[in-house]
Every structure is written in structure tokens, then in C-alpha cells.
Design a protein around this ligand. Structure first.
Ligand code: FAD
Length: 346
């Protein structure tokens, strides 16, 4: 548990702040009150004040997994808490403590510079360290939850700092305890536990194809570089074309439903999941409905990856959600499968 020993500088307040450059969809949203949070100690007084005034609030990291409305009423807390250090090390593990505002990709690169391999499959995911546990970010066969030792957060219900163990975070596919309790916790610090024994994780076809010589296994840095290259080729760069990465979660269905679908669609792309369940590739389902590369006004479906919705310029949240609804309805009609939206709708 933390406690504020010295009075911290209050969070800097900017009224009516444009957030176009703080959300990767590039939506022209305006935050009524934007507070820049640079230290955990700023939170108790600020949250108390907001509660006293009955103000709405929400944390915002890099804005790479959100759909923002034109106007964000109340307080938007821009989480910019810095700092990263090796906190502890023994023969088996290294513990690394990181501020919630640190850029995720830069942190992954830093771990490799420190000779701490493990997170390389998660390179180039946009956003902050503090948001990474919220949806338990994952890519190329690795999810971050497995590397988290504990999380420090401010609990807006008890109005105190709390520490949540990995088990308490209840990590699951694109899900966590935090995601199920929105607007309650503000993650201030994440402590990672990185095991020292390391082996490459190459089960995803893109990586397996690139590193297929068993006599020359890749280093973590080789994998980091490969992941960056593959992602840059497949996903649109938000600086060039607005998007929030995968727009829908891969739906998880029972083996029974999968078998029925597979009989009808033998090219159905799927992956094993929990016992008795199968994960379907949402991108394949959307592609089969003919949406890839389609455009509806200022929004569209990315031409190289049907799972990504894009802002061609000037779109708002309504435009995006309208297109999402059309896609959901068609996939439901053709495959009897429900697609859930991945980004957080503010
Ligand atoms: C091109 C692209 C590729 C992507 N690829 C992947 C991928 O491979 N795998 C994957 O899992 N995701 C992916 N994403 C989604 C996104 O990068 C991650 O979800 C990322 O962790 C979001 O971080 P952020 O800081 O931008 O969060 P934001 O978008 O700012 O916020 C996301 C949610 O977390 C909450 N939040 C933010 N910070 C905090 C905090 N400190 N405390 C409590 N709540 C907080 C927000 O309120 C919001 O509900 C991709 C996105 C893009 C644009």
C-alpha cells in the first residue's frame, strides 16, 4: 500500500482539450476537463474532488483501444506516470517495476536492452504499460497476464491504493478483473516477473515460417525485429490511417458449434481454445462476408486485414459504430456467430 508523504504537485488541468492526437482512430474528441497525471500521489485528492462534485471521469492511456465521442464530459485523466526499474532479481526471475504512463513498445525494447527476454512477441503494440493489463494484451501466442506479478492501482471505491496479485487480476482472453470493473481502478504501476530461463515462442505461422531452421534458433532480438516487420506489413500505422487494431474479438464457440460450421465452411479458420471450445478467426468471418477493403463514407474495413476498421478521415464514433453494426449483423446472419467489439466505447 502507498501513502502520500509529501503533498504532490496537483495534476495539470487543461479545459476543452482536443484529443485527436491522443486516440489512434484520430477522432476529433474534446475533453471537457483533461488532467495530466504524472504521479500516483495526485490521484487521492483529485478523485475525492471529482466525487464531491459528482463529476464523471475515465483514465486514458495512449488512446489505442478506445472509441471516443465528440465531447467527453467531466474529467479525462491522461495517465502519464513515468519510471521503469529493475526492482529485484534472483536465480529464477527478474522483477521490473514500471509506471503506468510508459510507452508499451519502448518498454519492451528496453527489457531486451537489459537482457530480459520474454516480451518480444508483444513488440509494437501501441499504448501504455498501465493499459496493457486492462484487456490482457496478446499477440503471437503470448499474453501479458502471464508476466505480471502484481499491479498497483488507485481504487475509486475505497479511495485508497491497492495491490492486486496476478491471480486477483483474473486475466483471460482480452479480459481482466479491471475490464469487468470499469471506472473503478486507475492502474499506477505494473510489476512484471520475467523468468530467466527463456525459449522462443514460434507457434504462430508467421514466426514459425520465418524461423524454421531448428539448428539456428532465433534470439529474442531476432523475434522482436520479425514481429515489428510482420506487424508493420499487416496493420495500418495509426499515424497514417486511424484505427484501433483488431476491432472485434475472435469469437469463442463450443466444439459442437464449430463442427457444424466446419461442415458447412471447410476453410473456416480457427484455433484450439479451452477444453470443449474453439476460437474462430473473426477476420476470416468478416472477409467471407465481403467486407475487406469496403468503404462506407469516412470509415471502412482495412484492405489487408478485415478485422481492422479504419477512419479514412473525418469519421466520428457514430460512423464507426454504424459500420460495426452492419458487420455484426451480416456475420450473425451468415454464420450464427456473435462478434463482440474489442475497443472501449467511451
Ligand atoms: C495498430 C494497433 C494494433 C494493436 N494490436 C494489438 C494487439 O496485437 N494485441 C492487443 O491486445 N491489443 C492491440 N491493440 C490494442 C491496444 O494497443 C491495446 O489494448 C493497448 O493496451 C491500449 O493501450 P492504451 O494506453 O492506448 O489504452 P487506451 O486506449 O487509452 O485505454 C484502453 C482502456 O484502458 C483504460 N485505461 C487506460 N489506462 C488505464 C490505467 N492506467 N488504469 C486503468 N484503466 C486504464 C481506458 O479507460 C480504456 O478503457 C492494437 C491497437 C492498434 C491501434
Amino acid at each position: 500500500m502507498n501513502s502520500a508523504k509529501n503533498a504532490p504537485n496537483p495534476a495539470k488541468l487543461t479545459p476543452n482539450m482536443g484529443l485527436k492526437h491522443r486516440n489512434t482512430f484520430g477522432l476529433d474528441a474534446v475533453a471537457e476537463l483533461a488532467y495530466e497525471i504524472t504521479s500516483a500521489e495526485q490521484l487521492p485528492d483529485l478523485l475525492k474532488g471529482l466525487a464531491d462534485q459528482n463529476q464523471a471521469w475515465r483514465p486514458l492511456g495512449g488512446g489505442s483501444n478506445v472509441i471516443l465521442p465528440n465531447q467527453l464530459p467531466g474529467a479525462t485523466l491522461l495517465i502519464n506516470i513515468p519510471g521503469q526499474e529493475i526492482a529485484q532479481s534472483d536465480e529464477q526471475n527478474t522483477w521490473v517495476s514500471v509506471g503506468a504512463g510508459v510507452n508499451w513498445h519502448e518498454f519492451v525494447a528496453w527489457t531486451l536492452e537489459q537482457n530480459l527476454p520474454g516480451l518480444e512477441n508483444l513488440a509494437l503494440i501501441p499504448g501504455t504499460v498501465g493499459a496493457a493489463p486492462i484487456q490482457n494484451i496478446g499477440a503471437y501466442g503470448v499474453e501479458i497476464g502471464q508476466y505480471i506479478d502484481h499491479i498497483e492501482a488507485f481504487d475509486a471505491v475505497s479511495h485508497d491504493f491497492v495491490t492486486l496479485s496476478q491471480a486477483a487480476c483474473q486475466f483471460a482472453y482480452r479480459d481482466s478483473y479491471f475490464k469487468r470493473h470499469p471506472k473503478r481502478y486507475i492502474v499506477t504501476k505494473v510489476v512484471f516477473k520475467i523468468p530467466k530461463p527463456w525459449k522462443p515462442r514460434l507457434q504462430y505461422a508467421d514466426l514459425a515460417n520465418q524461423f524454421n531452421d531448428p539448428d539456428q534458433p532465433p534470439s529474442a532480438k531476432d523475434i522482436f525485429t520479425a514481429v515489428c516487420q510482420i506487424r508493420s506489413q499487416k496493420l495500418p500505422d495509426p499515424k497514417v490511417i486511424g484505427n484501433a487494431g483488431s476491432f472485434f474479438q475472435n469469437p469463442i464457440v463450443s466444439n459442437e458449434q464449430y463442427e457444424t460450421l466446419f461442415k458447412q465452411f471447410p476453410r473456416l479458420v480457427s484455433y484450439p481454445d479451452a477444453p470443449g471450445m474453439r476460437k474462430l478467426a473473426a477476420g476470416w468471418l468478416i472477409d467471407q462476408c465481403g467486407f475487406k477493403g469496403q468503404r462506407m463514407g469516412s470509415v471502412g474495413v482495412y484492405e489487408k486485414q478485415a478485422l481492422v476498421l479504419v477512419n479514412h478521415g473525418g469519421a466520428n464514433s457514430e460512423d464507426i459504430l454504424n459500420l460495426a453494426k452492419i458487420i455484426q449483423e451480416k456475420v450473425q446472419k451468415n454464420f450464427q456467430v456473435q462478434l463482440d467489439i474489442e475497443p472501449n466505447i467511451f
